[in-house]
Design a protein around this ligand. Structure first.
Ligand SMILES: [Zn+2]
Length: 130
């Protein structure tokens, strides 16, 4: 099973890799504020789960990993929009949403997305991640 922390790691690689460039282990460690061995354990587990692949110059998302990351970004955007409409500022909504968006089941995300009127962008106007 993929933990919330590993999903955060996946999201990070998704955000950093942009149009498919691999992400170096050192960057993962730095961005997640963990030591390289901890980052290595995390990415290796994601590789075993088929979400990441290792290339000569770093790690990249597999098709499945990309889909998983996109679901996560969608969950973030939906939760963030909900919090924003409840009265948080866009930045507060983003920070608070990050604390639990990995735990929201996909069926709940879809329901909330419809409930919110299918928003296209997050409260601070970015189309996907922020
Ligand atoms: Zn955000």
């Amino acid at each position: 099973m993929t933990t919330a922390r590993e999903l955060d790691c996946l999201r990070l690689i998704y955000e950093k890799s942009g149009d498919g460039w691999p992400v170096r282990l050192a960057d993962v460690a730095k961005s997640m504020s963990v030591k390289p061995p901890t980052a290595l354990a995390m990415v290796e587990k994601l590789v075993r789960e088929g979400l990441l692949k290792k290339g000569p110059s770093g790690y990249a998302l597999t098709e499945e990993g990309k889909k998983e990351a996109e679901n996560l970004v969608m969950a973030h955007r939906v939760v963030e929009t909900l919090l924003y409409r409840a009265g948080f500022t866009p930045d507060e909504a983003c920070v608070q949403a990050r604390k639990f968006d990995t735990f929201v089941p996909e069926v709940v995300v879809r329901k909330l997305y419809d409930y919110l009127g299918r928003p296209n962008e997050c409260p601070h106007g970015k189309e996907i991640a922020c």
